[in-house]
Structure formats: structure tokens, C-alpha cells
Design a protein around this ligand. Structure first.
Ligand SMILES: Cc1cc2nc3c(=O)[nH]c(=O)nc-3n(C[C@H](O)[C@H](O)[C@H](O)COP(=O)(O)O)c2cc1C
Length: 345
């Protein structure tokens, strides 16, 4: 499979495997880790226009690492074109290189305010928002993330994508589920292919990214084959595995020098992530937010046969309950040493 470089406006991504925005998961320290470990792009978690305008989101936007190899993409959610434009303007002033518009969030809290996936039911409003944000972005690329449609009877992603591309968006990501599916069932990558075809038939060459249920290089290949998309976006499978997008990119087209991390190096990356989250959010919040990554990492290590059930149990017991950062770090350091000894043995 030949994979072309993904261009978002003036930015050429270093590979076609992107980290999805996930509120509460892909915060600045996690995105920094994913980028350092090879992700092609890491889109910042959704910010409501209200939060950005109130200044509350500005710290969370502080996500661009000095020297990061990727543009800084900030995602905005909202329903009002004027407010979205002002939020885009503020995000740009905070260093955002790319503004992504959220048209995929299924949460009632978001769709109830007619934002996120609810915008797919209001193409006219969606168009106004895209226009306003494009104007505010002042030449910076604006991208869009959406679903297949609201429900099975309204699979209008191809229409929305065509409208958005006509308006000038620079990349579109499609999660192969409807809003009504939330996260149930399987992502339908072939239906994402309908969006790709519609854009290509209309002569649009902007990158189309397929998302949903991609967990490794095999599923990434299958999603690309079934959809004809230009790249993949990885969400939940990257929880606790900031190295996953980079590893998938390398497995699909080797030569970038990204080596799969050894078990001990994975543990060391998780220690670093834990420290980064505590530094970024403060001790208490950082400890709490890091737990979902610690849990996912431990379950992954057991699934790979690097831990037995007893070790897993003992680790989870401490990592998911301890309030003591030093204890968590010591336990992980001990695990990394044991992993190293096993690698040598
Ligand atoms: C906890 C969580 C938070 C999410 N937050 C966002 C978000 O802020 N913006 C967004 O566009 N999608 C969000 N999503 C959706 C993901 O970006 C992605 O589209 C979805 O999880 C499907 O991909 P996956 O199967 O690889 O996880 C979120 C998903 C999860 C599970």
C-alpha cells in the first residue's frame, strides 16, 4: 500500500497516523509524549467556545512543545458562528496552528446545546460556523471532525464533507459511526469511503482521515483499504500507549527509525507521563488523570504476557488508589528494573 504524505494547508505531516482528540485523556503532556514517540499529529481535546472565551481553556491549550515536529491543532466546539470565530481568534493568539471544528461529539451535554454531532443535522448552521472560523483563522488551516451522520436514516457525511471542502476546510476526519451509535457497534470504514469518493469526484484533494476502532497496524491497513482514506486517527487504543500512533506508522511504512519500545522503555515512558501530568495539572488532579493511562498500560502489559495475573493485581491495587506520587514512581521503577532483567535473561 503506497501512502502519500498528508498535507494540511502548508503543513506536511511526518506520517499519516494521527492521535485523536479525547477530552480528559489526550491532554498536553499526553500529546507531547505521542508526538515525541512518532504520531503524525495530535489534535488537542475539545474546548467549548465558552471556555476559550472565558479564558478558562487557555492553560489547557498550552500544548505545543518547543521543537514539536507537528503543527498545534486545537479543537473547538460550539453552535454560534460569532463565538466560534472569536474562540478561533483567541486560540490562534495562543499559538494554535490549525483550528479543528468538532461536529462529532455525541454527548448529550454537547448535542443538547446543538454543538458537536448535532451540527450534522443543521448543515446551514455548520456552513456558517465553517465560514466564520475560516475568516477568523486568517489563512491558518481549518479542519473538521465528524461522524457518518446523526443516525442510520441520515448518513449525510458525504454532503457535509463536500460543503466543508467547497468552503475551504483543509482536512476532514470521519469517525465511522453515527451519533446515535455513540460508541456501540463497529465503525464502518466502507461508509467513510463514500465520503472519500464524493470529495474525489468533486475534484477535492484535501486529506480524508478515517477513525474508529483502529488499534494496530492491521486494523489501520484494513481501514485505509476499505475507505480509501489518506490517513488514520487513533483514539481509545492509545490510552496508556502514547507510543502507539508512532509504532503503527512505522509498521505500515518502515524507515523512520521508530523502534517498538521494549517493555522496560514502555514503563519508563509511563513514569515520564505520570510526572508530566502531575507537573501540568498539579499533584492531585495529575495523579487522578494519570490513572486511566496507568490502568490501560498495566492491562496491555499483562495481555502481552509481560506480567502475570498476580503482578497485575498488585500493581493495579497501588497505582489506582495511591495518593502518593513517590510510591507510584518507585513501584513503576521497580517494574521497569524487573522488565529489564527479564529482557536480559
Ligand atoms: C473519553 C473520550 C473523549 C473524547 N473526546 C473527544 C473530543 O474532545 N473531541 C472529538 O472530536 N472526539 C472525541 N472523542 C472521540 C474520539 O476522538 C474518536 O473519534 C472515537 O473515540 C473513535 O475512535 P477510536 O475507536 O479510535 O477510539 C472522544 C472519545 C472518548 C472515548
Amino acid at each position: 500500500m503506497s501512502i502519500a504524505t498528508v498535507h494540511i494547508g502548508p503543513y506536511a505531516l511526518r506520517n499519516h497516523v494521527l492521535l485523536a482528540p479525547m477530552a480528559g485523556v489526550t491532554d498536553a503532556p499526553f500529546r507531547a509524549a505521542a508526538l515525541r514517540l512518532g504520531a503524525g499529529l495530535a489534535v488537542a481535546e475539545m474546548a467549548a467556545d465558552k471556555e476559550v472565551l472565558g479564558g478558562r481553556h487557555l492553560r489547557r491549550l498550552a500544548g505545543k512543545e518547543p521543537g514539536a515536529h507537528a503543527p498545534f491543532a486545537v479543537q473547538l466546539a460550539g453552535h454560534d458562528p460569532v463565538r466560534m470565530a472569536r474562540a478561533a481568534d483567541l486560540a490562534r493568539a495562543q499559538g494554535a496552528d490549525i483550528i479543528d471544528i468538532n461536529m462529532g461529539c455525541p454527548a448529550k451535554m454537547v448535542t443538547g446545546k446543538l454543538s458537536g454531532a448535532a451540527l450534522m443535522r443543521e448543515p446551514g448552521r455548520a456552513r456558517e460556523i465553517i465560514r466564520a472560523v475560516l475568516l477568523a483563522a486568517d489563512g491558518a488551516p481549518v479542519t473538521l471532525k465528524m461522524r457518518l451522520g446523526w443516525d442510520d436514516a441520515h448518513l449525510n457525511a458525504p454532503d457535509i464533507a463536500l460543503m466543508a471542502a467547497d468552503e475551504g476546510v483543509a482536512m476532514i476526519t470521519v469517525h465511522g459511526r453515527t451519533r446515535q451509535q455513540f460508541y456501540h457497534g463497529r465503525a464502518n470504514w466502507s461508509l467513510v469511503g463514500g465520503v472519500v469518493r464524493r470529495l474525489r469526484e468533486a475534484g477535492h484533494g484535501i486529506p480524508l482521515i478515517v477513525n474508529g476502532d483502529i488499534v494496530d497496524a492491521d486494523t489501520a491497513r484494513a481501514a485505509l483499504e476499505q475507505s480509501g482514506a489518506d490517513g488514520v486517527m487513533i483514539g481509545r487504543a492509545a490510552t496508556g500507549h502514547p507510543w502507539l500512533p508512532g509504532e503503527i506508522a512505522e509498521a505500515m511504512s518502515p524507515g523512520r527509525g521508530i523502534r517498538p519500545l521494549s517493555p522496560a522503555r514502555q514503563v519508563e515512558e509511563i513514569v515520564r507521563l505520570h510526572e508530566g501530568m502531575r507537573a501540568f495539572h498539579g499533584e492531585r488532579v495529575g495523579m487522578r488523570r494519570a490513572r486511566k493511562h496507568l490502568k490501560a498500560a498495566v492491562l496491555h502489559w499483562q495481555a502481552r504476557g509481560w506480567l502475570d495475573a498476580r503482578e497485575r493485581q498488585d500493581l493495579l491495587q497501588v497505582l489506582l488508589t495511591s495518593q502518593n506520587a513517590t510510591r507510584v514512581r518507585d513501584i513503576l521503577h521497580g517494574l521497569s528494573l524487573r522488565m529489564r532483567e527479564r529482557e536480559v535473561a
